[in-house]
Design a protein around this ligand. Structure first.
Ligand SMILES: [Zn+2]
Length: 219
């Protein structure tokens, strides 16, 4: 774990590059740059607990999306039921391994990985007031993955192609699709509430608390 040094106490205004001492904020306080007045840090009251709640709800919705069919397609008297996992599996069956990898990454692998890491980090931090092993490394992975979450783009593309399909076949949307739509909205909400400055501040605070506690136990 990094030891605090002088550089950790400084921040740079992203608009005018002014170097400033890191402000300590209380609930719902906002720090502005004295030179250009742009927002340096804000501290919304419960952004991290919201992020954790949305993440837990997301896992439940993903389970529903995988369990229930997403579509029922009826054409020329025959009907097919389609599940979410088949959306990417079809590419592999038709000899497109690269598309299979991309689609399954965007559909499940990256979102589920983000959610599991989020819960692994936030649950002990917020509820148990401690950090679990490898939290620092996983936090860095989380913010890298966050930039790669493109589920909203994918969802719009899917809905656009579905509306085209309705003109050639009779399509009924299943419970799985509604669960997946809600999942995408909740995932966006979980990530929107994950303020990186607030997250790193809180992680540092909990680590400090843990160190003080350990020292008390040793004495
Ligand atoms: Zn500034």
């Amino acid at each position: 774990m990094g030891t605090p040094n002088k550089m950790d106490e400084l921040i740079i205004c992203s608009h005018c590059d002014l170097l400033l001492k890191r402000p300590a904020l209380n609930h719902q306080e906002i720090a502005r740059c004295p030179r250009c007045q742009s927002v340096l840090r804000d501290r919304p009251k419960s952004s991290l607990p919201y992020s954790l709640s949305f993440s837990v709800a997301c896992l439940f919705l993903m389970a529903c999306a995988l369990y229930f069919p997403i579509l029922a397609i009826e054409k020329a008297g025959t009907s097919h039921i389609m599940y979410l996992f088949q959306a990417s599996w079809g590419f592999l069956e038709h000899g497109y391994p690269l598309l299979f990898t991309i689609v399954s990454s965007v559909l499940f692998v990256v979102p589920v990985l983000i959610l599991l890491i989020l819960i692994y980090l936030l649950f002990p931090m917020l509820i148990l007031k401690r950090v679990w092993p490898a939290s620092l490394l996983l936090s860095k992975v989380l913010f890298q993955l966050k930039a790669w979450s493109m589920i909203d783009v994918f969802l719009i593309a899917t809905l656009a192609s579905l509306t085209k399909l309705t003109s050639i076949a009779n399509i009924e949307f299943g419970l799985g699709l509604w669960a997946y739509l809600l999942f995408a909205i909740f995932l966006a909400a979980a990530l929107a509430n994950l303020n990186s400055a607030r997250f790193w501040d809180y992680l540092e605070k909990v680590q400090c608390h843990c160190k003080i506690k350990q020292q008390h136990h040793k004495v």
